[in-house]
Design a protein around this ligand. Structure first.
Ligand SMILES: O=c1ccn([C@@H]2O[C@H](COP(=O)(O)OP(=O)(O)O[C@H]3O[C@H](CO)[C@@H](O)[C@H](O)[C@H]3O)[C@@H](O)[C@H]2O)c(=O)[nH]1
Ligand SMILES: [Mn+2]
Length: 743
């Protein structure tokens, strides 16, 4: 079923192809059968509720039915991802050959790298990300790297001054040696780095790293490190009344392509440090605000048609990535509507069986492929090449002639002034000021959209609604690699932020279920809705994590007996859903163990980050609590890393997430033991079979919690306080249940 996008062109000039997954027919057939099974389930539930002997048992059945409805809703939405998944291939080697695609004609590239906190995001690692992008296999004079520093930290600026010097050595080194790992830290840590010429540059890198880390540790910059008069002047900006929340904008050109050359005389890319103005009285919209400032500042300075957005930890692992993106951006059959080319987010340092499901295969790989069969994948916030046009037009322009001289400041007049010239810098400072956006459409119909902590999802959704398309580009060698959180608490905190951000999309005035269906296509609306309502997993998860178990302990049957025909319906629904998920996971280069861990994290998220996200979201709605963007820590703690690499769960924090998990682990274990003992003595094991299986399944999944509560002595064990609270909550649940069932 190969459907070539470039149909009609000569094969050797086709830049990309797309192929629909050969298994779609199976998926569709399964969807039909499964829907019938779901209807049968609801019918059986209705019967059971009507037949139910007592009030508590009919209430329990109602709750389970509610959980099943949510599961069915999520299942139905997910069918959109399975309807027409597409796999693409691109041919960057053909770029140079074809007429009209000479290297000189390739578009310029602006790279945006955001950082927000030097103590959670070590400047050395931000520098590594920037260097990997500066070293793209792309004409250097066409590349500009912009670093947005939301911490407004002179330590980060210092790190980049160092990086600018090191780049003069690193870029020619990569070019001459044909190195693929262009992130220095990754290269020097890999077996590819071997003696000879490497030693010299390695020493240089380590000295730079030492200086950056030393300065960070000290919290200030030694005079001996500030080499020029110019640099002294720059750092003076930090002297008076400068704080993270309140400071003027600072824009510093560290390298200018037309003037600065590397040690072998080649031009270097532009490198620009940007710390936008901050004031306590203006909302800054977190990363979305930072990106919009970069869009405008770069619009004034270099205005490249192609824009790469990258998180500070996502370094380039394939210097060809921009060329791969070009294979789509230059394709005339899609280019006028193409808003972006999304690469998957991939991660380094994931442990052997990926205990925390850090790869998030569904989010980062399986589902984007599913959406690619329609209008294209959502925006993942990083590893994404945009066509600049999409930031300035709410819908794709026809014809694509940019008219960007509007009052919104997205001036695109190309100027021949140096980016260090006073005129350019003055304009750049202006568009980076807090007041600039007042009365403009930035954040609503222009640039990255505001109003959600998941600005990426929100923005992608708006672009698709307005008719833009996107493409998922997933080459065999990961194009970008980032850091994953390595403690369970960090994983869940990040996830809670996403849950809240996605709820903000779901409950905005343009929710996927209303606007999405009206303005976009039904399948796209379903895909977006599936994520917008992501946090609603908390409903079935929380219900199934305690109710059948407590009912088991008190011997209240809620499901058909093993000998009943309806038993097979339940077995079918559970087993095929799991089997299909497992097959999808393995086809996406997963293993069974990784899949097992992934499904466990799905359940864990349901009763922790999703649940608490929902609670916090509604508390905010009624004005009780607020929320911000809690930046994920990328700092390496040796002990935590050791635990993570050893594959053991890290519960070493007094986190309310863990109280929730501990409570569920206790309830399930107690119910399983008490339930089996009671059913056995009363000869009712047949009636309680499904409930025994559910509790048993949860208990097996909870093994790391029992282990970390009782058997482990390291710092990753469950804190005593968390255990006490969990036991107390579990006790309370059983007491309430005792009251309910005995009255
Ligand atoms: O006020 C802020 C907060 C964050 N960031 C940057 O945003 C990026 C992502 O932050 P991180 O803490 O790493 O969040 P993650 O949850 O790992 O990021 C995912 O989720 C975010 C939305 O919640 C997206 O923006 C990201 O692209 C996506 O990778 C980092 O480079 C930060 O420096 C800012 O620039 N300003
Ligand atoms: Mn991150």
């Amino acid at each position: 079923m190969a459907a070539s996008e470039g149909a009609g062109q000569k094969p050797a000039t086709v830049l990309n192809t797309a192929e629909v997954d050969p298994l779609v027919h199976l998926n569709r057939a399964h969807a039909v059968v499964y829907s019938c099974a779901l209807l049968a389930l609801l019918y059986h539930r209705a019967l059971s509720i009507l037949d139910s002997p007592t009030l508590p048992s009919s209430l329990l059945l109602l709750a389970l039915t509610f959980a099943d409805l949510v599961l069915a809703f999520m299942w139905a939405l997910a069918q959109a991802f399975r309807w027409r998944p597409v796999r693409r291939r691109e041919f960057p080697e053909r770029l140079a050959g074809a007429a009209g695609r000479r290297e000189e004609d390739w578009p310029a590239l602006d790279v945006f790298i955001c950082t927000a906190d030097p103590y959670k995001e070590p400047p050395v690692s931000v520098v590594n990300t920037a260097l990997s992008a500066m070293a793209f296999d792309y004409p250097a004079q066409k590349v500009s790297v912009y670093v947005s520093d939301d911490a407004g930290s002179q330590l980060t600026l210092f790190a980049f001054m160092e990086a600018a010097r090191f780049a003069g050595h690193w870029l020619p080194f990569c070019r001459d040696q044909g190195i693929a790992d262009r992130c220095p830290e990754a290269y020097f840590g890999s077996p590819a780095a071997t003696g000879g010429h490497d030693d010299e540059i390695k020493i240089m890198y380590q000295r730079m790293k030492g200086r950056i880390e030393g300065v960070l540790e000290k919290g200030s910059i030694d005079a001996e490190y500030v080499v020029s008069e110019e640099e002294v002047e720059i750092f003076k900006k930090w002297e008076t009344g400068f704080s993270r929340q309140e400071h003027p904008s600072i824009i510093q050109v560290l390298l200018e392509s037309s003037k600065d050359v590397d040690i072998s005389g080649h031009p270097l890319p532009n490198l620009i440090y940007v710390s936008r103005e901050k004031s306590k009285t203006s909302p800054h919209h977190f990363k979305a605000g930072a990106l919009n400032v970069l869009i405008r500042v770069s619009g004034v300075m270099t205005n490249a048609p192609m824009v790469l957005t990258s998180d500070c930890d996502m370094y380039s692992n394939d210097p060809e990535a921009p060329k791969r993106a070009l294979c789509y951006l230059l394709d005339p059959s899609m280019s006028s509507k193409l808003a972006y080319v999304q690469f998957p987010q991939r991660f380094r340092g994931i442990n052997k069986h990926d205990i925390y499901g850090g790869e998030l295969k569904h989010l980062y790989q399986i589902h984007p492929q599913g959406m690619d069969g329609f209008q294209g994948p959502y925006y993942l916030g990083s590893a994404n090449f945009f066509s600049r046009t999409c930031f300035y037009y709410s819908s794709p322009p026809s014809p694509a002639s940019p008219d960007l001289t509007s009052s919104n400041g997205c001036s695109t007049e190309s100027h021949n002034n140096s980016i260090r010239s006073d005129m350019v810098l003055k304009k750049a400072h202006e568009v980076a000021s807090c007041s600039y956006e007042k009365g403009t459409k930035w954040g609503s119909t222009l640039g990255i959209r505001y109003g959600s902590l998941s600005e990426d999802h929100h923005t992608g959704y708006h672009l698709h609604c307005k008719g833009w398309v996107s493409v998922f580009c997933d080459p065999p060698r990961p194009a970008f690699l980032g850091d994953v959180p390595i403690t369970l608490n960090d994983v869940l905190s990040q996830n809670k932020r996403w849950s809240i951000g996605l709820l903000q999309v779901a409950f905005s005035k343009c929710s996927p279920l209303t606007l999405g269906v009206r303005e976009g296509s039904l399948p796209m609306a379903m895909c977006y809705a599936r994520y917008a309502y992501w946090a609603s997993w908390c409903i079935p998860m929380s219900i199934y994590a305690v109710l059948p178990q407590i009912a088991l302990a008190y011997q209240v049957p809620l499901f058909p007996k093993v000998s009943n025909r309806w038993f097979y319906l339940y077995a079918y629904l559970f087993l095929t859903a799991y089997a299909q998920d497992c097959v999808e996971f393995i086809r996406a280069q997963g293993t069974i163990r990784m899949w097992w861990n992934d499904q466990r994290m799905w359940m864990i998220r349901g009763v922790t980050s999703n649940l608490f996200g929902v609670i916090q979201f509604f508390l905010e709605k009624v004005g009780i609590s607020g929320f911000g963007f809690n930046v994920t820590s990328k700092v390496i703690d040796d002990k935590q890393t050791q635990r993570y690499e050893g594959g053991s769960f890290d519960f070493g924090a007094e986190s309310s997430f863990f109280v929730s998990l501990g409570t569920i682990a206790t309830v399930n274990l107690v119910s399983l033991v008490v339930g089996i003992a009671r059913s056995w003595t009363q000869g009712a094991i047949q009636d309680m079979a499904i409930q025994v299986l559910i509790s048993g399944f949860v208990v097996v999944n909870c093994w790391p919690i029992y282990e970390a509560s009782v058997l482990r002595g390291d710092e990753g064990r469950v804190p005593a306080k968390v255990i006490r609270s969990s036991v107390l909550f579990a006790g309370a649940l059983f007491s309430v249940a005792y009251f309910v069932f005995s009255v």
